[in-house]
Design a binder for this molecule. Structure first.
Ligand SMILES: C[S@@+](CC[C@H](N)C(=O)[O-])C[C@H]1O[C@@H](n2cnc3c(N)ncnc32)[C@H](O)[C@@H]1O
Length: 417
């Protein structure tokens, strides 16, 4: 007999509460320790999918309620509503979420409401839900994005955010062979893409370290550096190490620096699994010393390009830290240039959709640093629509939409005279 209520659903209510009521990111969510690996996966999937569809779910729920329920009851209804609307077996879903309400101190009085509303959702015309507009980004982000990219592009991004993201993989070598073994699509940029992945660690080649998970757009900054074989390369913000592994696999002598000891452990684990090598250094990039042939600065940023994979992001902050991040990116970029040998190349990248965290930094450096020029990419995988005016690449989630999209990213390659 399955447990009632299901531990995964109960934990999903707790997580949704933490994200929406306390502003805690999903990656830092608490209360999953007692769940099995399969329950954790179910719990995370429920939360991620409910967040992606939140505006649509709320519209359906509102039609069946006269008063706004308390936040926790509302989150129970959101998860239950999402499960029913996306095709879950209504009877089991309703009884489990009613049980969750009945067993919670703060929600037991509302179990009748949960039962009534979820039954109405189950009896309703499911088609209504797919007719509603794609959930919109919050105002703090939507407004600057509409200014930068136009209303239609932002609507396209919202559609892609709703649809979620495939599993992208970077292989150490033999992309064709691994595409065949995994049944994956080989993308024009060299990444592999799987639409349905199941448990990643169970896929062939994972345990042997033949590949790692990395969004197709996130794999491009290292490619922009060109041939790094035998060069000394500083990966200035390295953790969790996707780009460090690419650099090491391309034959660079990599120094992987990160301020976070915790996150640096993930770089070490990733290198061990893949059998690749890099010197790991824990420290502040702004105090690091040395002189390198090439530098990759994948700077801390708003991460607004990764909302497909992290739909909690727009709910856990309101852009309040972005101006601080913009200042840090500017200082890091100027400092990084002092660690670059004459003639050396530096790639600056952020997984942000905001020009203030991308194009604007490069415009400033080019205007204020006479010995630095930009190297526009010449690789055959570069699509013309990706090129930005100043000579970098602007990638957006709505690019490659029929193929499954890509993370939003900005990247540019600079060269010192
Ligand atoms: C965008 S993530 C890097 C992702 C990584 N390059 C990858 O591909 O896996 C930014 C990283 O910058 C690190 N960071 C933030 N401030 C830093 C600083 N002052 N010095 C060094 N690292 C810093 C964070 O700990 C975080 O791991």
């Amino acid at each position: 007999m399955p447990q009632s209520p299901s531990p995964a659903r109960k934990a999903a209510v707790d997580l949704l509460d933490q994200i929406l009521e306390q502003g805690r990111p999903l990656s830092e969510g608490r209360g999953l320790d007692r769940l099995s690996a399969a329950e954790k996966a179910t719990c995370r999937r429920l939360v991620v999918e409910t967040l992606r569809a939140l505006e649509r779910v709320d519209r359906v729920l509102q039609a069946h309620m006269r008063k706004k329920p308390t936040p926790r009851v509302r989150n129970i209804l959101r998860l239950g509503g999402y499960e029913i609307l996306s095709g879950g077996a209504a009877h089991g879903v309703v009884s489990d979420y009613v049980d969750i309400a009945a067993k919670g101190k703060l929600t037991q009085k509302s179990k009748g409401l949960v039962n009534a509303v979820l039954r109405k959702v189950a009896d309703g015309d499911g088609a209504d839900w797919t007719k509603a507009r794609f959930p919109r980004l919050p105002k703090w982000l939507r407004e600057p994005l509409v200014m930068a990219w136009g209303a239609q592009s932002v609507a396209n991004m919202e559609r892609v955010h709703f649809e979620g993201a495939p599993l992208d993989i970077t292989v150490k070598e033999d992309a064709h062979g691994w595409a065949e073994k995994l049944g994956a699509e080989l993308l024009p940029t060299g990444s592999l893409r799987l639409r349905e992945s199941g448990q990643v660690s169970a896929l062939p080649g994972f345990a042997d370290g033949a590949w790692w998970v990395q969004d197709a757009a996130a794999a491009l900054p290292v490619k922009l550096l060109g041939d790094v074989q035998g060069l000394s390369v500083l990966d200035m913000c390295a953790a969790p190490g996707g780009k460090t592994m690419q650099l090491a696999a391309a034959g660079a002598n990599v120094t992987a620096l990160d301020i976070s000891e915790q996150r640096l452990k993930r770089v070490a684990e990733n290198l061990t699994r893949t059998g690749l090598k890099a010197d790991l250094v824990q420290g502040n990039a702004m105090e690091h010393e040395g002189l390198y042939d090439a530098i990759l600065l994948d700077a801390p940023c708003s991460a607004t390009g990764t909302i497909r994979r992290h739909p909690d992001l727009p709910h856990v902050h309101e852009g309040e830290k972005i101006s601080e991040l913009i200042g840090l990116q500017e200082s890091m970029l100027n400092y990084a240039l002092t660690l670059l040998k004459p003639g050396g190349r530096l790639v600056f990248a952020t997984c942000s959709l905001l020009p203030d965290e991308g194009e604007c930094h490069i415009d400033d450096v080019l205007a204020n640093t006479p010995d630095v020029t930009i190297v526009p990419p010449t690789a055959d995988w570069v699509e013309e629509a990706w090129r930005s005016e100043e000579g970098g690449l602007r990638l957006r989630p709505d690019f490659w939409a029929p193929k499954g999209g890509m993370d939003g990213f900005y990247m540019a390659c600079l060269q010192k005279a």
